[in-house]
Design a protein around this ligand. Structure first.
Ligand SMILES: Nc1ncnc2c1ncn2[C@@H]1O[C@H](COP(=O)(O)OP(=O)(O)O)[C@@H](O)[C@H]1O
Ligand SMILES: N[C@@H](CCC(=O)OP(=O)(O)O)C(=O)O
Length: 369
């Protein structure tokens, strides 16, 4: 068995995320039979001594039928109304279902501010830790009824990866309507499931697409991003079908396993690289990209070709290459307004008070591609 699968099978604390497409259908709303089967698998793992945090999507999907809405609405207000109705149904269904095993659930609804701001992050950490210590099963979702486009996590795969880091999970299990990662969109004909992802090289040439059910949000794209986030935090990931939850949570011999990075990022660097909100972008020339990403150097003004956004010194910004790909994130040492007259100039050309790194190496998290 692979390192990642062994780690998932042996994990003491797990985050399990289940997607909308595995719990709801557009016409009928919440599928309690499938929800019960998932809870059976989770309760069995808890009975063996593991702690589980459940991140469950499905609020919007569950709210459609009671509101007589045929398909997932496009506008935010109707999505929020559906989530408001559906979240109540979800929480109730989980409370009943876990109740069959005398397990108590606690609902945790998060907005991105709760993980993006470091003080809120620690507060959420305390709540989870106390819930788990009290033997409850935290059931987490985004607080959809108040989340606007600007403050959304984007999708629950990302939320699950951030929660996995926040609670110090030993493994993350992503359960969906598809039984793993395929080397192409499974709807497009002959594709094969990839059993193990040991690093970025295993993902080269793989075509990932969006959701097929029309209920999920991010499709495989967001699952891969979440797997990368968790793996960088040292957390192995198993991606499997919700209908295989029982095997995923016992032997872990199903789906696609993602190996975790050998070294864990510190809490601060994880926050910087994956959780913090960004306020702008710095465009880098090729030399600066090589220095920052390969040689782990600080970013100097000479290698910056452009600046976007309205940030202040101390804010987190994205560093992008000439092809507009994000190659790193870091804390910028200048206000956006100061930079245009400094960029492209080498340090000795700058006034003494501005002769410092634009982003110091200690405040910078480069991404491997
Ligand atoms: N390379 C791929 N491998 C597996 N699934 C893929 C791939 N590309 C696109 N998909 C689609 O992604 C879907 C899962 O995403 P989504 O519906 O958002 O799930 P969830 O609701 O569980 O978050 C699958 O049903 C599948 O149609
Ligand atoms: N918070 C939303 C889910 C958003 C989401 O990411 O859904 P999914 O892609 O199915 O995990 C809901 O509960 O409907």
């Amino acid at each position: 068995m692979s390192v990642a699968r062994k780690a998932v099978a042996a994990a003491e604390r797990l985050v399990v995320k289940v997607g909308s497409s595995a719990l709801t259908t557009a016409g009928d709303g919440l599928d309690v039979t499938r929800l019960n089967a998932l809870v059976d698998a989770i309760a069995a793992r808890i009975a063996q001594g593991s702690q589980i945090v459940l991140v469950s999507s499905g609020a919007i999907g569950a709210g459609l039928a009671p509101l007589a809405l045929g398909k997932r609405p496009r506008d935010l207000a109707t999505q929020q109304a559906a989530a408001s109705v559906g979240q109540l149904q979800l929480a109730h269904a989980y409370a009943e279902s876990f109740g069959r095993y005398a397990l108590t659930v606690g609902q945790v609804l998060l907005t991105s501010d709760d993980v993006v701001r470091r003080a809120h992050y620690r507060n959420a950490q305390r709540t989870f830790s106390r819930l788990l210590a009290l033997g409850a099963v935290p059931v987490v979702n985004e607080n959809d009824t108040v989340a606007t486009e600007e403050i959304k996590f984007g999708d629950n795969d990302r939320l699950a990866a951030l929660v996995a880091h926040l609670v110090g999970a030993d493994a993350l299990v992503l359960l969906s309507d598809v039984d793993g990662l395929y080397d192409g969109d499974p709807r497009s004909g002959s594709t094969r499931r990839i059993a193990e992802v040991t690093g970025p090289a295993d993902l080269e040439g793989i075509a990932v697409g969006m959701s097929s059910s029309g209920l999920g949000t991010g499709g495989m794209v967001s699952k891969l991003a979440a797997a990368r986030t968790a793996a960088s935090a040292g957390i192995p990931v198993l991606l499997a079908a919700a209908s295989d939850a029982s095997r995923a949570l016992s032997t872990a011999e199903v789906g696609t396993a993602f190996r975790a990075a050998d070294s864990r990022l510190s809490a601060r660097r994880f926050w910087l690289g994956y959780a913090a909100g960004t306020r702008g972008r710095l465009h880098l020339d090729d030399g600066a990209v090589a220095a920052v990403v390969r040689r782990r150097r600080s970013l100097l003004a000479a290698g910056v070709t452009g600046v976007d956004g309205d940030f202040e010194a101390g804010d987190v910004v994205e560093l992008v290459d000439a092809a507009q790909r994000v190659v790193a994130r870091g804390v910028v040492a200048f206000d956006a307004g100061e930079l245009p007259e400094l960029i492209g100039r080498s340090s000795h050309e700058l006034p003494e008070e501005q002769r410092r790194e634009v982003v110091h190496a200690d405040d910078l998290v480069p991404f491997r591609r």
